[in-house]
Design a protein around this ligand. Structure first.
Ligand code: PGA
Ligand code: ZN
Length: 420
């Protein structure tokens, strides 16, 4: 039984306020959880409630904190923490809006996560096991964002994320090593070329490459110099985050950062096709903007049998949009971010919908994170097969990978690791 719920305004990895929530149970169990925050967000994401007052440049979350302390606490105290679905739907009803705009998704999700953590502790189970059952033994392939552009960097690269995918590694521990070694080699290469080696929000480098293609070439060179074979040991995943270079979210694009200029949907798809011929890309997220449903379908028709086509901003972890995507063959995978929808239960429902349609799903952090490692346990519990949690540096990113090392170690020879 839940005896207390409270929240605190803390800072995320960008130095912006976010919500940390505490839950106490009758047997003395205590748990806390912190919610992340995105920068390149989809239009239809659940609402992150910000105070809009002078403090923290309008970004304070005292209102969300108060909603946890008052309305949510009053309603949930006395409920059973193992009844996750009941608790989540009680909060959804209490909020009563489509986008959780009354209480704030940051208020609701923090409680949802802290309740699950407390329930796991009181059930004497690790979180991944509590949420995923005894079959939760697969450690996700870490797709690590080592080079950034778009809204995550101030450089001449339009695409937001270039990720290394250690899909040829025998296990997670080795996969992590492949990527970390390549990350350090890439740093050396950048330094040698007189390019910046400071890192962006997700721990990737943000060098001022002359073009998108130049960024890709640097990564391939780094893989080779690290002693790995591109396409065998290490492959590439891209998140174009095409919203950020589309005009009015329609199907016209302007690759401003690189100077590649204006492109139609068809031209952008053709360019992607050229890249797919040339580079070992296994997954491509948001290749088109969230308004370009037809373009997305065309992209999937052309390349969907070859690679994972992931919808992030277009689906926002929301069953309503994922359902539409399944009906229209818009993609073949959905990015999954807990705070896009705002409760664990709805996130699990979105994942189930993907599974039933034969889609993949790709668990993800946000560019604003905390040291909370809920995501790592959740990814194992959901049998996702792969996750993205940033690069091989920055504490809030590495914390997620370190937790996965722990889980793999704990599972011993029961741990599985494979791309598909
Ligand atoms: P965000 O970006 O967390 O800044 O929204 C991540 C992504 O687009 O996948
Ligand atoms: Zn994305």
């Amino acid at each position: 039984t839940i005896t207390s719920i409270s929240a605190l305004e803390i800072l995320d990895s960008r130095g912006n306020p976010t919500v940390r929530t505490y839950v106490t149970l009758e047997d003395g169990t205590k748990a806390s959880a912190s919610v992340p925050s995105g920068a390149s967000t989809g239009q239809h994401e659940a609402l992150e409630l910000r105070d809009g007052e002078k403090r923290y440049a309008h970004k304070g979350v005292e209102k969300a904190v108060s909603h946890v302390n008052v309305e949510i606490a009053e309603t949930l105290i006395g409920m059973n923490a193992v009844e996750q679905r009941n608790i989540d739907y009680t909060m959804i009803e209490l909020d009563g809006t489509e986008t959780k705009s009354k209480l704030g998704a940051n208020a609701i999700l923090g409680v949802s996560m802290a309740v699950a953590k407390a329930a796991a502790v009181t059930s004497n189970l690790p979180l991944y096991r509590y949420l995923g059952g005894s079959n939760a033994t697969r450690i996700p392939v870490p797709c690590m964002n080592i080079l950034n552009g778009g809204e995550h960097a101030d450089n001449s690269v339009d695409f937001q994320e270039f990720m290394l995918v250690p899909n040829g590694a025998p296990n997670f521990k080795e996969g992590l090593r492949y990527v970390a070694e390549t990350f350090h080699i890439l740093k050396k290469i950048l330094k040698g070329k007189g390019l910046a080696t400071s890192v962006g929000d997700e721990g990737g480098f943000a060098p001022n490459c002359s073009s998108n293609e130049a960024a890709m070439e640097l990564i391939i060179t780094a893989i080779n110099e690290a002693g790995y074979e591109p396409g065998k040991d290490l492959s590439i995943a891209i998140d174009s985050a095409a919203n950020s270079f589309s005009q009015n979210l329609d199907n016209k694009y302007d690759l401003l950062s690189s100077g590649a200029g204006k492109m139609t949907t068809e031209e952008l798809i053709d360019l992607s096709g050229k890249w797919l011929k040339k580079y070992p890309i296994v997954s491509w997220e948001d290749p088109l903007s969230e308004g370009d449903w037809d373009g997305f379908s065309e992209f999937t028709k052309k390349f969907g049998s070859q690679i994972e086509v992931v919808g992030d901003d277009i689906f926002v972890t929301n069953k309503k949009y994922i359902r539409k995507g399944i009906e229209n063959k818009t993609a073949n995978s959905a990015l999954i971010k807990l705070n896009q929808i705002g409760t664990i239960t709805e996130t699990i429902e979105a994942i189930k919908m993907c599974r039933e349609a034969g889609w993949r799903y790709f668990l993800s952090h946000r560019s604003g994170e905390t040291e909370d490692t809920f995501l790592s346990d959740f990814a194992v519990a959901m049998d996702g097969g792969h996750l993205k949690a940033g690069s091989a540096c920055r504490g809030e990113r590495v914390a997620k990978y370190n937790r996965l090392l722990e889980i793999e170690h704990e599972l011993g020879n029961r741990a599985e690791y494979r791309w598909k």
